[in-house]
Write a protein that binds this ligand. Structure first.
Ligand code: PMP
Length: 295
C-alpha cells in the first residue's frame, strides 16, 4: 500500500527505489524512538499539484529536530524543493508525504551525529475514514509536558497514540480522545479536537497537544466565516453536552465525531459549524496561491 516495485524515495540526497532502501538495525531511532517526522498533504489543484502549508510543516520539522538535538542538514526551502521533486518522480498528484529524520547506529542516550533524511509519499484517503466517529475517552493520558516536548512531532511519542487507538478499537469505538495530566481533554492520538456549543467552537489550548497546522487553519477559516473559537481547558462532561465535535489533522482533515463515551451530540453533522468548516477546508486546500503550485 505504501510502496510498490516502482516507488521512488528520497534518502540522504539520493533518489532510490523504496524496495531497495535499508536502515541500520542499530539506529537510535529504532531502539529509543529518538527521531522526528512530519505528515504533509499535496492536492491536485487547478494550478497543478500543490503542497498544503509546506513551510509550516517543514518549519515544525526543524522545531522538532532542534528539541531533540538533531541537526537537520536541509533548510525548509530545500526540503520543499525535494518534496516537489519526489511527487514528480512518482507521478503523484494527490499525496500524503512522510518526511522522517532518523539516527544512525548509536546505543547511547546522547544525540547522534549521523542524521538520515528519508522522504516518501503515497496516495492516502482520509485517515479516519469518511464516516462519523464514535469515540471514547482514553485511559491513557497525553505525555506530561514536563517529561518531553509534547508539542514536537517525535517518533517515540506515538507509542502513546498507538496504545490509545488500540484500546479504543478493542472496546468497539472508532478512535480515542486523550486527557492531559490534569484530566482536561487534550487531543486525539493523531488529530486535534474541537467541539461546538451554542454556535461557538472550543478547543484545548497549547501546552499538552501538538500545535496542529490544520488546527491553525481552522482558526483562520473560522475568522473568515465569523465563527468564534475559544481555546480553553475543559472536561469530558462538558463535551457530553456538546452540539457537535470534530477532529482536525493533515491526514484526518476535518473528521466528524458523532459521540463521546456513547453520549451523542445534539446536531446532525450537516447542521454543524464543523461541517461548514470542513467544506471551507476542502475549498482552501484545492485553491492554493499560484506561487505554491510548481507541478
Ligand atoms: N495531534 C497529533 C498527536 C498528531 O499526530 C497530529 C497529526 N500531525 C495532529 C494533532 C494534527 O496536526 P496537523 O494538523 O499539523 O497534521
Amino acid at each position: 500500500m505504501y510502496y510498490n516495485n516502482e516507488t521512488i524515495i528520497f534518502l540522504n540526497g539520493k533518489w532510490i527505489k523504496a524496495k531497495e532502501g535499508s536502515a541500520n538495525l542499530y539506529s537510535q531511532t529504532l531502539h529509543y524512538g529518538a527521531g522526528v517526522f512530519e505528515g504533509i498533504r499535496a492536492y491536485k489543484t487547478e494550478n497543478g499539484t500543490a503542497i498544503f502549508k509546506e513551510k509550516e510543516h517543514y518549519n515544525r520539522l526543524h522545531y522538532s529536530a532542534n528539541k531533540m538535538h538533531i541537526k537537520l542538514p536541509y533548510s525548509t526551502e530545500e526540503l520543499i524543493e525535494i518534496t516537489y521533486q519526489l511527487l514528480r518522480e512518482n507521478n503523484l498528484e494527490d499525496a500524503y508525504i512522510r518526511p522522517l529524520i532518523y539516527m544512525g547506529a548509536n546505543m547511547t542516550l546522547q544525540p547522534s551525529d549521523e542524521v538520515h533524511v528519508m522522504i516518501c509519499a503515497w496516495e492516502w484517503g482520509k485517515y479516519l475514514g469518511e464516516n462519523q466517529l464514535d469515540i471514547m475517552t482514553s485511559s491513557f493520558q497525553r505525555p506530561n509536558p514536563k517529561s518531553c516536548f509534547v508539542e514536537a512531532k517525535i517518533t517515540g511519542h506515538y507509542t502513546n497514540s498507538i496504545l490509545a487507538t488500540t484500546e479504543a478499537k478493542q472496546k468497539g469505538f472508532d478512535e480515542a480522545l486523550l486527557l492531559d495530566m490534569n484530566e482536561n481533554i487534550a487531543e486525539g492520538p493523531g488529530a486535534n479536537f474541537f467541539f461546538e456549543k451554542n454556535g461557538e467552537l472550543f478547543t484545548s489550548p497549547l501546552g499538552n497537544i501538538l500545535n496542529g497546522v490544520t488546527r491553525q487553519t481552522i482558526f483562520e477559516l473560522a475568522e473568515e466565516l465569523n465563527i468564534k473559537v475559544t481555546e480553553k481547558f475543559f472536561k469530558k462532561e462538558e463535551v457530553y453536552q456538546a452540539d457537535g465535535a470534530f477532529f482536525t489533522g493533515t491526514a484526518a482533515e476535518v473528521t466528524p465525531i458523532k459521540s463521546l463515551d456513547n453520549h451523542s451530540f445534539q446536531l446532525n453533522w450537516k447542521d454543524t459549524l464543523g461541517c461548514k468548516l470542513s467544506e471551507a477546508y476542502q475549498n482552501l486546500v484545492l485553491q492554493p496561491s499560484l506561487t505554491n503550485a510548481l507541478l
